[in-house]
Unconditional design. Structure first.
Length: 958
């Protein structure tokens, strides 16, 4: 195995400028003060999927539910008391929106002649560092005093414990001086609005940054604008725009034409020192952090590029400059933030003559793909940008109501409306990032060290496959990978305590050399219809690698490293190995050449595979001879009896080349010629039943394929049914033809689809078909071990093994191909009944017999005759014959092996014996006469004891 070098890796997440979501499931917002007070505040909620949700002011206890149909928009009114008024006070007026499915949200703050709207960012797009874009207000004297409409911005907290540092660029109403930071603490749902002290100052450039104690886990929303802004000319209008976090600012922007305005403006806000900005490719403009570059009274759209990320806003000017409308502020979307679909709704007004528009930016080459309300826009509406190529812009007047925009190439869109002394302007975007996989894949089978991108406290390492097991603690983890996994480090950032999570995808690399083998060799030559063992010299665990052998239909399992292949002709077997996590791939091939043959396989059987010691069992060797085969290449074989409704074609696929494809409108069948199946046989084929669209149309339930046989050509018998849903891809089928005896000498096979819906429907295909039968071999046959056979060259030898024996048969065909098979014969241990001694029954009592065997358990006993026995089925019966009897006992063990033994039980005629003495009391030296009285029907003998004291011990009287 080639081992990769050890690696020490410091991997960071994707740090490039993010593209903030504009579609989501959770939003936080607030409504800034509108001039002298709002008349109506509301949110417009648009959804692609039907959804439900809630709009609430949680800290005030107000909430309402909403429901949006698919591709619909709904307006939800928020009570006016939740408008945020005044400056530098913490208020419980944050608005919270949640939805089951993703939505886009537009916030509308309406007052007659001072209306504005802004697209609201979901919580996933919020951050912890902002620079404010606002506008100056106005201060106008009138007979009773002076009214002041101030520049303003607002912070909305999403988490408890939020702490922000604000550095204003102008003196605030509460007296915070420009350039002097101050800190504010907020909880989730609280708002903090800041207004300028003077109506003639602008809070643009103010920074709002989360403190280290607050950390990155407490994002917040920032909105900027003015109570009633003045942009270079008379008349003011409320301005309300949500700010984007500085880490999501962009480097390339395009301004747009605005409706029927005779002039408009734009401005560029820098966040970093020494930011160079070019407009239409002109001379660079140098901006420092917080500095603005403003262009007013322009009539031409511009393209803007910067060396460092900037925020670009487009301005509507006062009616005396623009001819109509009123001031408005819009943060433009960077060029890389295009959407592919969006919906927007025009705003209402009390004025009779309100003109609604949408301005669009798209790729010049994709103008024809841009649809408004499902209708392509005329190319004549679009103009290119004089200062840069690639994008074009258009302004389109729209009717009041809801509209849709779509283009697979992407677009930028801005909705707005103008009337006498009134305007609104907001972005139309519909982006939602998909969950990202780990950014970097580490491919190694050597030692590696993973390190958290930032310093974490209480860091713990786990894996996605086993999250409950802690592998290590600390900011680094060194190990040698043995499988693919996602390694995860979790900890907290100090001093905020914010949790942080990083992931590292680690994978095993694919070895470049696979070293494929066939039957253990770099190449192999096999007989036709034989199997081949494929393999690889590399360690390829399919749990960690994706494996694919081809042609897949010729191997037992294309997804394992060592499948068995079944080649019909010379074949290159290819293995593709791919890392599922992106750690490379490799391809290798191995050649298998095939010798032609008409034998598919050899089959060995025995009449009895378990015999008794000394027993005999017949063996049988049969070849499975190939009678007919067809791969359907070009045309079907001429040997077919008939084919209806099908022809060779690859329309529904094939194993290789073409298959017999059934597509006809009438009968669909294929019938073989007569075959002698007296001794049985097999049929092998690959079957596919359509599961998709034409020309491989899905067969419905009941439209199965059947295999039938007929011994007379008229009556058909079912062999197998192939369910329509079970063969969506070519599947190997091996169907047995039972031995049919003499009646099967002329048997036809038929494949048929009894039901289908007509031509072009419910398709199916056959491929690589073989018809075989079993017969005795005609080639050279030999059995081993031959010593236990009566004829080792016979197809049907008699076997007399002395112990368990594998009998191996081998046949060599005329082509030189060799086939082998084996059959195991078990031999029972030696089994006999031990000898039983003959015995005699004396008196009236019986005598117990005892039979025993040399081996085995579960013995069954049988005694004959049963006369005089207490039981004829036990090993130890009591025998009480009335006359001498010979018994035969038979024992049968669990194998069925038997033995028998004989025993004779004689019956004695002697019934009683009495002994007497002439004197039972003698003096020393005296003698006595003894006598016996014997009752017997047969001969007998007498013996006195002790014999030494008796004159004649064998005499009846002595």
């Amino acid at each position: 195995m080639h081992r990769f070098l050890s690696a020490i890796l410091l991997l960071a997440p994707f740090w490039a400028a993010a593209q903030p979501d504009t579609r989501g499931r959770e939003f936080w917002l607030g409504f800034m003060q509108n001039a002298s007070g709002t008349q109506q505040i509301s949110v417009r909620i648009a959804a692609e999927q039907a959804t439900t949700g809630t709009v609430e002011v949680p800290l005030a206890g107000w909430s309402t539910a909403f429901s949006v149909p698919a591709n619909g928009v709904v307006s939800v009114a928020v009570p006016n008391i939740y408008e945020v008024t005044g400056s530098e006070s913490v208020l419980d007026r944050g608005v919270h929106i949640t939805s089951v499915e993703p939505v886009t949200v537009t916030a509308v703050n309406y007052q007659n002649q001072t209306t504005d709207a802004t697209q609201v960012l979901p919580i996933t797009a919020l951050g912890t560092s902002y620079r404010v874009d606002a506008l100056e207000g106005t201060a106008t004297a009138y007979q009773n005093g002076t009214y002041i409409f101030r520049s303003e911005f607002m912070v909305v907290a999403t988490e408890d414990g939020t702490e922000v540092t604000i550095t204003p660029t102008a003196t605030t109403t509460a007296g915070h001086a420009p350039g002097v930071p101050f800190t504010v603490s907020l909880n989730a749902g609280q708002t903090y609005q800041v207004q300028a002290l003077s109506g003639l100052t602008d809070l643009s450039g103010t920074t709002v940054v989360g403190t280290a104690q607050s950390g990155p886990c407490r994002p917040f929303a920032v909105f900027g604008g003015s109570m009633c802004a003045v942009v270079s000319c008379a008349a003011c209008d409320h301005v309300n725009e949500q700010m984007e976090p500085v880490n999501t600012w962009g480097n390339a922007f395009h301004t747009v034409r605005l409706g029927n305005l005779s002039a408009w403006g734009y401005r560029i806000l820098a966040n970093e020192n020494n930011t160079l900005v070019t407009i239409d490719g002109g001379s660079p403009v140098l901006l420092q952090a917080g500095q603005l570059h403003t262009v007013l009274n322009t009539t031409q759209p511009a393209c803007i590029n910067s060396s460092k990320p900037v925020s670009v806003s487009q301005l509507m000017q006062g009616a005396t400059c623009a001819g109509t409308g009123d001031p408005s502020l819009l943060l433009l979307q960077a060029d890389d933030r295009m959407s592919t679909s969006a919906r927007f709704t025009t705003l209402t007004s009390t004025q009779a003559n309100v003109y609604h528009y949408v301005s669009l930016v798209t790729h010049t080459g994709a103008i024809s793909q841009l649809l408004l309300d499902g209708v392509p826009l005329s190319a004549s509406l679009f103009s290119t940008y004089p200062g840069c190529a690639g994008l074009s812009q258009a302004k389109v007047q729209v009717s009041p109501g809801t509209h849709s925009i779509s283009s697979p190439a992407g677009f930028l869109a801005y909705a707005y409306g103008v009337a006498s002394g009134e305007s609104y302007l907001y972005g139309v975007s519909n982006r939602m990032a998909e969950p990202m996989d780990p950014d970097t894949v580490i491919c190694s089978n050597g030692s590696i060290t993973l390190t958290a991108p930032i310093v974490l406290s209480n860091a713990q390492w786990t894996t996605a496959s086993d999250p409950g097991t802690v592998l290590a603690t600390g900011n680094s983890y060194t190990f040698t990978p043995d499988h693919n996994d996602v390694y995860r480090v979790d900890g907290v950032i100090l001093p905020s305590g914010c949790p942080k999570h990083f992931e590292f995808q680690v994978g095993l690399p694919v070895e470049p050399q696979l070293n494929l083998t066939a039957n253990g060799l770099p190449t192999a030559s096999v007989c036709q219809f034989s199997s081949v063992q494929l393999g690889t010299g590399s360690v390829l665990d399919p749990q960690w690698f994706d494996l694919h052998w081809s042609p897949s239909t010729q191997v037992s399992d294309p997804a394992i490293p060592d499948p068995v292949a079944y080649p019909m002709q010379d074949t290159w077997y290819k293995l593709m190995v791919t890392s599922p996590v992106g750690c490379g791939s490799a391809v290798d091939s191995v050649l298998v050449t095939v010798q032609t043959s008409n034998i598919f396989a050899l089959r060995t059987t025995t009449a009895d595979d378990s015999i008794c010691a000394g027993g005999i069992t017949p063996l049988h060797a049969e070849v499975e001879r190939v009678l007919y085969s067809d791969a359907f290449e070009g045309s079907a074989g001429t040997w077919w009896g008939s084919i209806s409704g099908g022809s060779p074609d690859a329309a529904c696929g094939s194993v290789t080349g073409q298959a017999l494809y059934f597509n006809g409108g009438g009968t669909r069948s294929a019938t073989s010629p007569p075959v002698d199946f007296s001794n049985g046989g097999m049929v092998h084929f690959a079957l596919k039943i359509g599961a998709g669209a034409a020309p491989c149309d899905d067969a419905e339930p009941g439209e199965d394929v059947v295999l039938e046989y007929s011994t007379d050509g008229s009556t058909w018998n079912l062999l197998a049914t192939f369910a329509e849903h079970a063969y969506p891809a070519f599947t190997q089928v091996d169907a047995a033809i039972p031995p049919l005896g003499p009646s099967g000498a002329s048997t036809r096979l038929r494949w048929r689809q009894p039901l289908h819906s007509g031509a072009g429907q419910d398709n199916w295909s056959l491929d690589n078909l073989l018809i075989t039968r079993y017969e005795d071999p005609t080639g050279q046959l030999s059995w081993t071990p031959g010593a236990a056979l009566d004829n080792a060259q016979s197809a049907t030898p008699a076997a007399t093994p002395t112990g368990d024996t594998w009998f191996h048969a081998q046949v060599t065909g005329t082509s030189g191909c060799t086939y082998a098979d084996s059959v195991l014969v078990h031999v029972a241990p030696a089994f006999t009944i031990l000898p039983i001694n003959d015995t005699t029954r004396c008196g009236i009592a019986g005598t117990q017999l005892q039979a025993q065997v040399s081996s085995g358990t579960g013995i069954q006993w049988s005694w004959l005759p049963a006369t005089g026995l207490s039981s004829a089925t036990v090993a130890n019966p009591v025998a009480s014959p009335s006359a001498t009897t010979s018994y035969t006992v038979q024992a049968t063990n669990s194998w069925g092996c038997m033995d028998d033994e004989q025993v004779t039980v004689a019956v004695s005629g002697l019934s009683t014996v009495a002994a007497t003495a002439s004197d039972q009391n003698l003096c020393h030296g005296e003698s006595v006469n003894l006598a016996s009285n014997v009752a017997s029907t047969g001969a007998y003998s007498i013996a006195w004891t002790p014999a030494a004291l008796v004159q004649d011990p064998a005499s009846g009287a002595t």
